[in-house]
Structures are given as C-alpha cells and as structure tokens.
Design a protein around this ligand. Structure first.
Ligand code: GYE
Length: 343
C-alpha cells in the first residue's frame, strides 16, 4: 500500500486534487485538513517527474543525479521523485511499479543494464505514463515502450579511444611493436560497458600486433578495479596499456600500479586510457597520470527537461538523441577549462 500523503516520496499526482481532498476529508475527519488541502493545492500545478537512477557508483553518476535534481525543482514547476537502485535492476523494476501506481506524469529511467525491461515498460504504457530513457539504453522488442532516449554514443567513445591509441603509438615509433592491453570492464550488460568494450575489441581484432591479455571486472568503481588490477599485476605480465571503462576504475588501476611500483601516464611505462572526463579524471589527465580521457557528459537534466517540454507542448521529441562528445589529452587541458565544465 502506498502512503499517499504526509510522505513526500509517495505523494500522488494522477488522482485529481478533488479526489485527494475528499479522501483526506473522509479519513481525517477534517482535523488538519487545511494544511493538507494547501499542500495538495500547491502540488496541483506541478509536473511530477519520477527518476530511477542506477546508483552512486562513480563521480559521473553523482554528477548525473545532481544534474537531475537541480533541473527538476519545485521553483520551476516540478515535483521530483528520486530512487537510487544501488546497481540492481530488480530495484529499478520495483521503483518503476511504484511510480506507475502513484500515477506520476513522467518516468525517467537510467537503466542499469539494457535487457529485461519489456514487461514493466508495457505496464507504464498501459497506464499512459511516458517513459524517457536517459544515459544507458534499453533493448526492447517494441520501441513504442519508451518515448525518447538521450545519452552518449558509447561505441563511438570506444572507437575514439582506439584511434587515439593508434596515433599515439605511431608518434612514439611503436606502430610495429607488440602491444599488450589490460581491459578493465564496467558493469556487465550496461550500454556504457557494451559500447566501450565493442570499440576496443573491434580495434584489437583489426590490429595484428595488439592483444588483450586480460579482461577484468572493474564494475565502474575504484575499489573493484584496484582489487582486480592488483591481482593481474601480481602475475608479472608485461602490460603496455590499461583500458579502463571509466575514471573511477582508472583511479583503481593507478592505485594498483603505484603499489606495484610501476610507472604510468605520460612519463611512465603503462598508457592509461579512461572514460568520463570528470573533474577528477581530467585533473589526473592534465597532470599526466591519465594519457587519454574520453568525454562522457552526465549533465542530462536539462536534456530530459527539454524532452518533457516538447511533450507538454504536444510535440513529438526525437526518438534517440546522441550527445556530442570529444576527448582530452594532457596538452589540451588547463585548470580553467576543467573548472568550467561543471562536473
Ligand atoms: O561512464 C560510469 C558510470 O552510464 C555513462 O556509468 C554511464 C557510466 C559512466 O558509473 O562512470
């Protein structure tokens, strides 16, 4: 049973103000009705946006949640609901079902993984609630189960990294050398992992002298990447490149290299490739610890707001919208530039 008042998380919006007021009147015998009445009336003009977030695994994720929170404010006419799934799809499914029961105006979903959404999204569709997918993608049979998606081209991010590596090795006169790569994989089955992994694997398949010597699961966190990379380093294999699928896992890899007494970055032996380009990642890149940081922009709040704006105006938003992204190397970075990016 959902708490329908006095419980800000579960305030309902689909039930009309009148219906809520009469229920309140019936159940409360009028005591305190004025306060509740005021709250309900105030909420009436608001658009309810209910967000299911992946978790809080990385700096990128924290910036993403913040972007959503600061976009959908009461001052701007929104009632914002937020649930952190702690990296578990089953939590997201429960959250989505609660949002459907509450009858929110819009559901925004950042899916942990791509598959397994057909059933719950069919329920949202049945309830007439538009679902906007953000950041990671979903893989559903029927595209009408979501209204729009906005996020990054993760395959392209991986391809950019591979092209950069090829050029970098050329510049160093190492284009013919055997190159060994340690691959630190992000959350299995997430779009960010699938795209960045595909970019690397295809790049390696096309280059005879490149080899992925190990693939370990970093889960997009520093702690897991540190653990896994430490284990590989303990096997004393020759490693030329560590391809980390986000900044947090790059920090875990760096921590492991430090501990093993190995050098890395622009002045060291191991080339570090990372993704996200968060403030911490770019600072490490500017200082030469990370050789390449591929941009992945987490500031999706305003993009989702623009989609909702179109829907409110009766327009049809573009179905899939890719955000333009670039990459950074140390020579491209200054403190001012990093500070100006906002994450
Ligand atoms: O790269 C990583 C995060 O889905 C793009 O998830 C996002 C990824 C991001 O945890 O840091």
């Amino acid at each position: 049973m959902i708490c329908r008042w006095n419980c800000s998380k579960n305030k309902i919006r689909a039930v009309s103000g009148m219906a809520v007021l009469s229920m309140v009147g019936l159940l409360c015998g009028c005591a305190g009705q004025t306060a509740m009445q005021t709250e309900t009336e105030a909420a009436d003009g608001l658009i309810s946006v209910a967000f299911s977030e992946v978790g809080a695994e990385s700096d990128w994720r924290v910036a993403n949640s913040e972007s959503m929170r600061t976009t959908f404010t009461t001052e701007k006419g929104y009632e914002f609901y937020f649930e952190d799934a702690k990296g578990k799809q089953e939590n997201q499914i429960t959250t989505l079902r609660n949002y459907i029961l509450q009858g929110v105006d819009y559901i925004v979903l950042d899916p942990v993984i791509e598959t397994g959404w057909d059933e719950v999204l069919a329920e949202a569709k049945e309830a007439g609630i538009p679902v906007i997918v953000v950041d990671r993608m979903i893989d559903v049979e029927d595209d009408s189960l979501y209204t729009a998606w906005v996020g990054s081209d993760f395959n392209k991010e991986g391809e950019m990294a591979v092209e950069w590596l090829e050029e970098y090795l050329n510049e160093q006169g190492r284009s013919e050398e055997a190159i060994t790569i340690l691959h630190v994989i992000g959350t299995q089955g997430s779009s960010a992992q699938l795209g960045r992994t595909a970019g690397l694997e295809e790049g390696v398949a096309e280059r005879e002298n490149w080899e992925i010597i190990a693939q370990v699961e970093g889960e997009f966190t520093q702690a897991k990447a540190y653990e896994e990379v430490s284990e590989i380093l303990g096997q004393n294999q020759e490693i030329d490149v560590i391809y980390c699928e986000n900044d947090d896992s790059a920090f875990g890899a760096i921590q492991a290299l430090e501990e093993a007494g190995l050098t890395y970055g622009t002045d060291g032996d191991v080339i570090i490739i990372s993704f996200d380009a968060t403030e911490a990642g770019l600072t490490a890149c500017m200082e030469g610890s990370i050789n390449l940081d591929v941009e992945c922009n987490p500031m999706h709040g305003p993009r989702v707001e623009a989609i909702i704006g179109q829907l409110e105006a009766g327009e049809t938003p573009e179905k899939n919208h890719y955000v333009e992204e670039a990459y950074f190397t140390p020579d491209m970075l200054t403190e001012e530039l990093i500070a100006s990016r906002g994450y």
